[in-house]
Ligand binder design. Structure first.
Ligand SMILES: [Zn+2]
Length: 214
């Protein structure tokens, strides 16, 4: 199985596809953000350094992110899904160094290409129950609440996460576009880019992904 770098706009369906891959093919989901948080919680020396940077409101230095990522790759069995990393061209260079060092060259960049309009519809339609944390969607029949805006189970009024509110989302989308576009071109040059246009149905998207990872 190939290792996967996932690229999609926020709320673009990356999470759903990752879950399916983990379940069916035993992929190990690697989120650098989570790894850094875990390192902080472990109370290690590196964790303390990371914590101090975050407290100062700084980004974690690239070298630290690289070190933590490398450790996770050594200590776990692949295949891996890389989520939210590499996010910049500099990180891509570091990432390629690690792959070379660990002799991992079997990789594909899966790009879920959604229009901004569709991405907004997805994000702003997401609702969560503040009582039981169950998630719903205004526009998708399979996960629509039985009664508009109410949790099926607790009858609590559903809320939209701040991240998913229209203005916040538009900002995140713009940010994503600016930062990710150069990476997408790089992956294309390297011949490892696989684009799925308008991935509306999760089942069909998954089938397409299955074809390129084997
Ligand atoms: Zn509920």
């Amino acid at each position: 199985m190939k290792n996967i770098i996932f690229i999609s706009p926020p709320a673009g369906g990356k999470g759903t596809q990752s879950d399916l891959l983990v379940k069916k093919y035993n992929y190990k989901h690697i989120s650098v953000g989570n790894l850094l948080r875990e390192e902080v919680e472990s109370g290690s020396e590196d964790g303390k350094i990371i914590d101090a940077e975050l407290l100062k409101g700084n980004f974690v230095p690239d070298e630290m992110a690289t070190k933590i990522l490398k450790k996770a790759l050594i200590n776990n069995e692949g295949p891996f899904i890389f989520d939210g990393y590499p996010r910049t061209l500099k990180q891509l260079d570091d990432f390629e160094e690690i792959l070379k060092e660990l002799n991992m060259n079997n990789i594909v960049a899966v790009y879920l290409n959604l229009s901004e309009e569709e991405a907004i519809k997805r994000a702003t339609g997401r609702m969560i129950c503040p009582t039981c944390s169950r998630t719903y969607h205004k526009y998708y029949r399979e996960v629509k609440p039985k009664v508009d805006n109410l949790c099926d189970k607790c009858i609590t009024t559903l809320v939209v996460r701040n991240d998913d509110k229209l203005e916040t989302y538009q900002e995140r989308y713009k940010n994503y576009k600016e930062k990710t576009a150069p990476l997408i071109n790089k992956f294309k040059e390297k011949g490892i880019l696989f684009t799925i246009n308008d991935p509306v149905h999760p089942d069909e998207t998954f089938k397409q992904i299955e074809k390129v990872i084997k």
